[in-house]
Each structure stands twice: as structure tokens, then as C-alpha cells.
Design a protein around this ligand. Structure first.
Ligand SMILES: *Cc1c(COP(=O)(O)O)cnc(C)c1O
Length: 393
């Protein structure tokens, strides 16, 4: 008789975004003239840059000609793209081999799929609040998850506790949802802890392109010893607006368990994955050209201007927050010690501004709130005017 994976019964229903949609729809229906501004957007909004579009078009034309048509490519990704990524790391003083880079259709798939190469009996350490994918993918395998507290006191950057024993550690920096970014000393503490405990760090670097402070690391491999204990996940989604195009990459160093994990991941990918689309990989390679980098960074700058509008308002109002500078997210303490959902309702009904209640990302998110920099400058400015008026009323 068929047995299903009953671990799925242990998943909590995710109410966050459906509940937000429900409350906004109800408000809009009761107030048809309301001019609602959405600062809860967790997706990029600017179109792909010109260099990417050019490369995509030209790759489509290659597919139309028998002489340049491409079928299956290498499961690990085309070498032209892996070399472009290798050079990108070199610019940040990290040297990796193309055999350590694996191209995929995005970071979310890899973050979930990587668990295939680890035993079910590992203990997993996850920050709270957190990107829900880390927790749910482990529940699906029936793995034990423990939490570490990310709070206002530690700037939402928890550090290792030597009394806690774990085998798999998730770090996301710059962080979604808090925008907080680890510095080198803090990441070194994690690398040292992982090595002392024989643990692996799964480092989600999806927002590395937003890091602007030169002293902050973009890659965990900037930290000495990290190649012996970390796997890094990157994405073209937030960097270059590829959320609907789909492309990412994962670095599994050869130094991890003497090459064992790199070999296992190659085996896993070549068995269950047939490579990302050639056309999309051509589009992705275009972002690493000089002109491509300029265009991609110009788009990121637009989001950062929006973030600045938000953080300036918070500075003026004396609101405690993290993020904004090295991240598209601004995470702040709800005024007057309000709870996340109460503040959501207040902001929606009194200012017609939509954000994301921090409580939806974990217990420690209660009393906190996330705004994003993905709307337009004009709407972000208008939203902040209303925010200010609301707090001063
Ligand atoms: C958006 C995001 C990703 C990117 O996922 P893709 O599958 O590459 O689009 C990964 N991790 C975090 C924390 C994110 O917010």
C-alpha cells in the first residue's frame, strides 16, 4: 500500500501573503477611491537591462539556425557563464575554480535541493526571523530544526553559541527580511564555529549585489577557512531582475570534505537536472560584461534611492531599523510598541500604505515590520509623506 511523505503534514500553512492580500482587497472594496501604495513588494519591478535583452535576442536567433542551434548543455552550466562568474569573484578577491560553480534555474531550487546530499539525522540551525524556504524544505525531509534568535539587541545578526550543537547552519546576508548584513569579524566567528563542530554553512548571498560598504563581505569565501565549511547560493533574480527569467548559481568548494560534497552535488545535479536554458545563460553572462555591470548597477541604484527615502524618514522620526543601505529591505520596530499586524492595519487604513508584518517571518519578527525599495521613487516618497503624517497625528 502506498505510503506518502507524512512530513508534509508538519508544514505550517503560510498565511502571510494571502492574509495581506485579503486585508488589502477588503479595504480597497470598502474604499474604492483609496490610492493604495504597495511597499510590501518582494519582487523586482524594473525591466531587464539592454545588454541582457540584446544577449537574449541573439541567443534566440542562434537557436533558429541549424549551424548554431544548441541542445542539451553541460548539467553544471555552460563554461562561458561559469568563467564569467569566476572572474566576478576574482574582482572581489575570491578565487574559485569553474568546477566549483554550478548553474541552476535559481537560488530557491538549489537551497532546497542541496538537502539531498545530507542525512536526515542532521540538526539544522536557522535564524528567527527567516526566509521560510530554509525551514519548510527541512520539514519536508523530517529533519530537526532549531532556531537562533535574531533580535533588536543583536542587530538581527545572531552569532554562534558554543553550547549549541548543530550540523547545518543557514545564514542569509544581506538578510531577507531584516536587511542586516554580517561583517567580516562576525562571519569569521561562524566559520570558526562551523569548523570546530564539523558543520556546514549554507550561505544565501542572493542580495550580494546590494552591498555597497567596501568593508562588508559579499561572499562567505572572502573569509579565511570558509572553503572548508561553506556552500554559497547566488541568484540573478535581485541582482539583474531575473525573477521571471530564472537563473542562479551555487558554489560547492572542492575543499569541503576533501571534494566529497562537490562530487555528490555534481552527481545529484546530473541525475536530476538537465541544465538551465542556453538562452537564459547567454542573457546571464551579459550582466558580467563591463556595460552589463554598469546597467545592472544603475538599476540597483534606483532601488537604493527608494531605500534612502525610507531610511531618511525613519532617521527623522527616530524609528529603530536595520537594512536599507546594503539591501532593498528596511526592517523597523513598529511605533508605540504596536504588534506587527496591528501596525499593518493602521498603516493600511490611515495611510493607505501596504507593508509586510514582521511576525510573518518568525516569532522574533513580532513587533517589527518590513518595507521594500521595489516601488517607484515617486510612490515611495508619497508613502513616506503619509507615514510621517500618520506618526505625527
Ligand atoms: C529572492 C531570494 C532568493 C532568490 O531566489 P531565486 O530562486 O533565485 O529567484 C534566494 N534567497 C532569498 C533569501 C531571497 O529573498
Amino acid at each position: 500500500m502506498l505510503k506518502i511523505n507524512t512530513n508534509y503534514d508538519n508544514l505550517k500553512e503560510s498565511y502571510l501573503f494571502s492574509e495581506i492580500a485579503k486585508r488589502v482587497a477588503a479595504f480597497a472594496e470598502a474604499n474604492p477611491d483609496a490610492n493604495i501604495i504597495r511597499l510590501g513588494i518582494g519582487d523586482v519591478t524594473l525591466p531587464l537591462c539592454g545588454e541582457v535583452i540584446k544577449a537574449l535576442h541573439s541567443a534566440v536567433d542562434e537557436m533558429a539556425d541549424g549551424k548554431t542551434f544548441k541542445g542539451y548543455g553541460p548539467e553544471q552550466g555552460h563554461l562561458f557563464l561559469r568563467e564569467a562568474i569566476q572572474n566576478y569573484y576574482k574582482k572581489h578577491n575570491v578565487s574559485i575554480e569553474t568546477s566549483e560553480i554550478f548553474i541552476s534555474d535559481g537560488a530557491k531550487s538549489d537551497v532546497g535541493n542541496i538537502l539531498d546530499i545530507f542525512d536526515k539525522d542532521n540538526v539544522v540551525l536557522v535564524p528567527d526571523p527567516v526566509y521560510p524556504v530554509y525551514v519548510d524544505t527541512n520539514i519536508m525531509h523530517g529533519r530537526k530544526t532549531i532556531f537562533m534568535n535574531a533580535t533588536g539587541e543583536n542587530g538581527f545578526l545572531p552569532l554562534p553559541d558554543s553550547s549549541v550543537k548543530c550540523d547545518i547552519i543557514y545564514l542569509c546576508s544581506p538578510n531577507n527580511p531584516t536587511g542586516a548584513t554580517y561583517n567580516r569579524t562576525q562571519l569569521k566567528a561562524w566559520v570558526d564555529y562551523a569548523k570546530a563542530n564539523g558543520a556546514v554553512i549554507l550561505f544565501d548571498s542572493a542580495y550580494e549585489a546590494f552591498v555597497e560598504d567596501a568593508e562588508l563581505p559579499r561572499s562567505i569565501f572572502e573569509i579565511e577557512g570558509a572553503k572548508e565549511c561553506a556552500i554559497e547560493f547566488c541568484s540573478f533574480s535581485k541582482t539583474a531582475g531575473f525573477t521571471g527569467v530564472r537563473l542562479g548559481y551555487t558554489v560547492v568548494p572542492a575543499a569541503l570534505l576533501g571534494g566529497k560534497l562537490n562530487k555528490m552535488w555534481l552527481r545529484r545535479q546530473s541525475t536530476k537536472f538537465n541544465g538551465a536554458s542556453y538562452i537564459v545563460q547567454k542573457g546571464g553572462a551579459a550582466i558580467f560584461t563591463e556595460e552589463g555591470q554598469k546597467q545592472v548597477m544603475a538599476n540597483i541604484k534606483i532601488y537604493k534611492e527608494n531605500a534612502k527615502v525610507i531610511t531618511k524618514t525613519f532617521d527623522a522620526l527616530g524609528i529603530e531599523y536595520t537594512g536599507g543601505k546594503n539591501s532593498p529591505y528596511i526592517w523597523f520596530k513598529c511605533p508605540n510598541n504596536m504588534k506587527s499586524w496591528d501596525f499593518f492595519d493602521l498603516l493600511l487604513t490611515k495611510a493607505q500604505v501596504v507593508g509586510t508584518p514582521g511576525a510573518g517571518f518568525g516569532n522574533n519578527g513580532e513587533g517589527w515590520f518590513r518595507l521594500t525599495a521595489f516601488n517607484t521613487l515617486e510612490k515611495t516618497q508619497e508613502a513616506m509623506k503619509r507615514f510621517e503624517a500618520l506618526l505625527k497625528a
